[in-house]
Design a protein around this ligand. Structure first.
Ligand code: 6PG
Length: 215
């Protein structure tokens, strides 16, 4: 089984929850059956506070038996070089007829500008490229990043959005209600392009669509 995690801050809550489940044999995950990949990464060393790998390691991986782990970190090589290397590594995953790796489950976040992965609104071309992975620059900070592309994400069997924070509420509403403005958000196109999407929102993020929520 192949899964891919995103970065940012929200995943820490998810990783902490997975870590708590390890405390009870009845809820432990059989990590030996799972290959862990990343949706995107900031081009920094793994010990840098911005590293998505560091986030996953510090909240989850460091608590697991390393002998049972199959981890595929994105390395801090020059961006274009790492895109090629990670693309080659992802080709070890069973591919769809279109030639994209078929992940079993991809976990995404969303920024308040509607970006997901590191597909920002100024790079909508990454939703349609045939490249599996791409080098980008954060439009505000200028930080170099590498990211899965839209077609790679949409080739997954299942995609889940994990989103927290009131600052996302307006964008979530526009996306889920298919408002005209939503087409400028990369997250809208991922949500619209997959048949098995679920949304895990905290109360703040769900503020404007509570009437649509279950549980
Ligand atoms: C990253 C993520 C990015 C993140 C959103 C939401 O590397 O930053 O992949 O897409 O999911 O920016 O981040 P928060 O969870 O911090 O709001």
């Amino acid at each position: 089984m192949h899964i891919a995690f995103s970065g940012g801050t929200t995943p820490a809550l998810f990783f902490d929850s997975l870590a708590r489940q390890e405390e009870d044999p009845a809820t432990r995950t059989d990590w030996n059956r799972i290959h862990i990949w990343w949706v995107d990464e900031r081009c920094v060393p793994h010990d840098h506070p911005d590293s998505n790998y560091r986030l996953t390691h510090n909240h989850l991986l460091c608590l697991l038996n390393p002998g049972h782990l199959h981890v595929h970190p994105i390395l801090n090589n020059p961006p274009d070089e790492e895109c090629k290397r990670y693309t080659d590594e992802m080709r070890t995953i069973t591919a769809t007829p279109e030639g994209f790796p078929e992940f079993d489950h991809i976990f995404l976040g969303m920024g308040e500008d509607g970006h997901t992965a590191s597909i920002f609104p100024d790079r909508m071309d990454l939703l349609s490229t045939d490249a599996l992975f791409a080098a980008v620059t954060h439009p505000v900070t200028g930080q170099s990043r590498v990211t899965m592309t839209g077609k790679t994400i949409l080739s997954a069997k299942r995609v889940s959005f994990l989103i927290t924070g009131a600052s996302k509420a307006s964008v979530i509403k526009k996306i889920l209600l298919h408002e005209e403005e939503a087409v400028k958000y990369p997250a809208f196109h991922i949500a619209a392009g997959h048949t098995d999407i679920d949304w895990y929102l905290d109360e703040s993020a769900a503020l404007l669509i509570k009437h649509l929520c279950h549980g």
